[in-house]
Design a binder for this molecule. Structure first.
Ligand SMILES: *[C@@H]1O[C@H](CO)[C@@H](O)[C@H](O)[C@H]1NC(C)=O
Ligand SMILES: *[C@@H]1O[C@H](CO)[C@@H](O)[C@H](O)[C@H]1NC(C)=O
Ligand SMILES: *[C@@H]1O[C@H](CO)[C@@H](O)[C@H](O)[C@H]1NC(C)=O
Length: 492
């Protein structure tokens, strides 16, 4: 991709006269620079005059666009060849002031963008839309119904740069933007997927407490980047089927609040719902919702998330990992702010490098009582001295294998671990080291190691009992001794 500088250089160097060059430069500074550069890279070299004419047209179009973005619609420009595949919704009559319903106009822009420019296809025959942009022109648009993308499917396109606001007519069971082929209409592609490499960027979505923000169904490689999703009645972002939806740098909240909200107890809805696999959520803030992220599919990564949605004390959950027996979820570098992580029958589940605030913790909930391949390590917890465990069991686990809860640090909370050490000093023939308060699973010691340090004499000694997470060491005669013990709840 050519840099801005090179585009301008060509412009001035091949110049028709100082006046024009200066005008074009000014226009470039007003926002056309990127377009200049892009077209410069592909179309200008070696085709002097025609290329320059194209620049001029582009610049004029951009100037017109700047002048009229809040005025009369710029009909005709959107589809002119000079404008490439950028579909400005205001060209279709969408009202950028948000005063009147813009659903039909935006849908027209989407329909045009979804007319493939070539026969090129993507995975499974999804039409390649050639990088088409549905440009919201920095406006706010009122919509009465969902912007459901055409069932014909499409890939390689963007919707960006503006705000959408659900009207009071908006259906409560739909999403403002729906990447989902409408029911009953066959997609032109042969694959199970309808959309690929869709980018939703720089959007504010106000769901008006009616539906949700974005739904992504049976799509591949969807990029959701820098969205602010507010006032959802259901979910902020819902992903179902498909794979590789990447949600980045995004803010979600049902209510506009910066915390300590008096209405927090009644927050509802889910910030992000991942009902599929191979997705990623990074650098996201969820500031209001009953559940921050609900994961119901395997192989999803969550990183850099700050959840301060409804506090767990009020019944909220930060991240609910609801894939019992097939969890395959890893959470790292996140900030659980009064909201907990809840994992059901965790099998391959990892939480590390995260900070838990306000008695937030990790709860392992037994469904069939299986915990296998679990790592909760290297996290920091801060609580309010209410005796809350950093990791807590909800129900009994029958199968516990490769569960490592260790090297976490806490203040004002009880550290629970799957390995522990302790020592006891005394004068007698029985030493008991009690691990009941520090071990996570009750009555489970898979491995133990001890040493007995006696001041005088060489007593005979042995490990007597491990039951109830208490280690009992006995000597054959009374001695003064200290006993050191290491235990691990795993038996491997
Ligand atoms: C696209 O495919 C159609 C139908 O097969 C064909 O008629 C047309 O020539 C193709 N267009 C291009 C640009 O290849
Ligand atoms: C341990 O007990 C014995 C017998 O009661 C006593 O003689 C000895 O002084 C005690 N040692 C210590 C260190 O208390
Ligand atoms: C171990 O301790 C438990 C609880 O005190 C007791 O019920 C059990 O009989 C002990 N086992 C042995 C072998 O002493």
């Amino acid at each position: 991709m050519r840099k801005k500088g090179s585009g301008m250089e060509i412009l001035v160097g091949g110049g028709r006269g100082g006046g024009l060059a200066v005008l074009l430069l000014l226009l470039a500074l007003m926002g056309g620079a990127e377009a200049f550069a892009r077209h410069g890279a592909g179309g200008f070299n070696g085709r002097g005059g025609a290329g320059e004419r194209r620049y001029r047209d582009l610049a004029a179009g951009r100037m017109q666009s700047v002048r009229s973005s809040f005025g009369a619609p710029r009909r005709g420009l959107a589809t002119s060849p000079a404008n490439g595949r950028v579909f400005h919704v205001t060209d279709y009559g969408a009202d950028p002031t948000g005063a009147t319903d813009a659903t039909a106009a935006i849908k027209k822009a989407i329909a045009d963008a979804f007319t493939p420019p070539s026969n090129a296809t993507m995975t499974g025959g999804i039409p390649d839309l050639g990088g088409a942009e549905i440009h919201l022109d920095g406006g706010t648009y009122l919509i009465d119904g969902p912007l459901t993308l055409p069932a014909s499917g499409g890939g390689n396109f963007k919707i960006h740069s503006g705000s959408l606001r659900a009207s009071s007519e908006f259906p409560t069971d739909r999403y403002l933007i729906e990447l989902s082929a409408e029911a009953g209409t066959a997609s032109s592609s042969n694959s199970d997927y309808h959309y690929e490499f869709a980018t939703l960027r720089d959007l504010m979505l106000d769901c008006g407490y009616r539906g949700g923000g974005v739904s992504v169904v049976d799509s591949l490689r969807t990029s959701i980047d820098n969205l602010f999703v507010a006032h959802f009645g259901t979910d902020g972002i819902a992903v179902r089927g498909g794979h590789e939806t990447y949600v980045r740098d995004t803010y979600l909240g049902q209510h506009m609040t910066a915390g300590h909200d008096p209405g927090e107890r009644s927050f509802t809805g889910t910030g992000i719902r991942l009902d599929g696999n191979d997705n990623s959520v990074t650098d996201v803030v969820i500031f209001s919702a009953a559940t921050g992220i609900l994961v119901t599919g395997g192989a999803n990564a969550i990183s850099g998330v700050h959840c301060y949605n409804k506090a767990t004390g009020f019944g909220g959950v930060g991240i609910h990992v609801k894939v019992p027996g097939l969890t395959q979820t890893w959470i790292s570098n996140s900030y659980m702010d009064y909201t907990s992580i809840l994992a059901e029958d965790p099998v391959l589940f990892h939480v590390s490098g995260s900070f838990f605030m306000g008695d937030a913790n990790v709860v392992l909930k037994a469904v069939n009582g299986v915990a296998r391949g679990v790592q909760v390590t290297g996290n920091l917890f801060h609580g309010n001295d209410k005796g809350v465990d950093i990791v807590q069991l909800d129900g009994a686990f029958k199968t516990v294998e490769q569960v490592y809860v260790q090297q976490n640090a806490a203040s004002g909370m009880n550290v629970k671990s799957t390995s522990a050490r302790g020592s006891v000093e005394g004068n007698g023939s029985v030493w008991t080291v009690d691990f009941r308060s520090s071990l996570l699973f009750p009555d489970r010691i898979g491995h133990v190691q001890y040493s007995l340090v006696a001041a005088e004499a060489f007593p005979g000694h042995m490990l007597r009992n491990l039951s109830g997470n208490q280690v009992v060491v006995a000597t054959d005669k009374a001695v003064s001794a200290r006993v050191h013990v290491l235990v691990d709840q795993n038996s491997d």
